[in-house]
Design a protein around this ligand. Structure first.
Ligand code: G3P
Ligand code: CA
Length: 279
């Protein structure tokens, strides 16, 4: 006769803990605007960054390369063709001044004509208190000295900066030069049989975790296609690594990662996604 109340109590406790965990993960997740609010505004411009803050993103992600004269250029692709009307010329083959003369908004819509490729200084100056910039290094360790100079010049609060990269050598250089900054190792995932012939072999999660530990990185930033479940999340957590996920514009996929315990979700649609998720 004492068994029933006990079973009820256990059930109540389990349901309370489940809700608490879900609530915790929901409230804790950070929304990162991929290249700014890039669904609505031209990617990697100040317009997209400003809109991301308006859409209440917690952070903005941005892509950095180097110009011919060794200055930082904010752009995703290796050429200007897709987003700045500069044809097939490589970012690395143009001076910073010439890159700044290009139009980075017209391709998206006439409304954005005249938008420039922003400088990193401008992006840093435009981070509101309490918000962050996820800086992706699209090139190797050679960019790190100029990055360090720019961060020092801006006097930016280090807590507002996270460095991410697919380039493990670039991240290792950040660890050496700017050891206080969080570093996240970006890793894509292609299911077996779907990789392009020229792609590098797909690493296993175990390999990726080992590389992140050896590099002293603070987290993994994984493509949302990685087939992970609670056991793999435990492996990541047990290694002392955070888990971040990109690029998710589908609420069901975002919910899957939030429930698994991702620290942040990177999306092209920060305002819309947060609304869909009820955040
Ligand atoms: O946030 C990471 C993500 O931006 C990596 O891919 O190609 O969009 O730079 P990509
Ligand atoms: Ca990026």
């Amino acid at each position: 006769m004492y068994l029933l109340p006990l079973v009820r109590a256990i059930r109540y406790w389990l349901s309370f803990m489940t809700s608490a965990c879900l609530l915790t993960s929901t409230f804790a997740v950070q929304i990162v605007a991929h290249r700014g609010a890039s669904f609505d505004a031209p990617e990697n411009t100040l317009a997209a960054q400003t809109l991301a803050w308006e859409q209440k993103a917690d952070a903005v992600e941005t892509d950095l390369r180097l110009s011919k004269d060794g200055k930082i250029v904010v752009i995703h692709d290796a050429t200007f063709k897709r987003t700045a009307g500069g044809g097939e010329v490589q970012v690395a083959d143009l001076s910073y001044e010439d890159a700044r003369s290009l139009d980075a908004g017209a391709w998206k819509s006439p409304q954005f004509q005249g938008e420039k490729l922003p400088s990193l200084d401008e992006q840093l100056a435009a981070i509101p208190t309490g918000k962050r910039l996820f800086i992706e290094l699209k090139v190797g360790p050679e960019i790190v000295p100029e990055l360090a100079r720019t961060l020092t010049r801006a006097g930016v609060d280090e807590r507002q900066i996270t460095i991410i990269s697919f380039n493990i050598e670039a991240l290792k250089e950040v660890r050496r030069t700017l050891p206080h900054l969080p570093t996240q190792f970006l890793v894509g995932y292609r299911a077996p049989g779907t990789a392009k012939p020229e792609s590098k072999p797909q690493p296993t999660l175990k390999e990726v975790v080992s590389q992140a530990i050896a590099g002293g990185f603070t987290g993994l930033d994984l493509q949302h296609t990685w087939p992970l479940g609670p056991a793999e999340l435990k492996t990541i957590r047990d290694a002392g690594l955070e888990l971040h996920v990109w690029t998710v514009d589908d609420p069901a996929i975002a919910r899957h990662w939030i429930d698994l315990g991702a620290t942040s979700i990177t999306t092209n649609r920060p305002g819309w996604l947060a609304e869909q998720l009820g955040l």
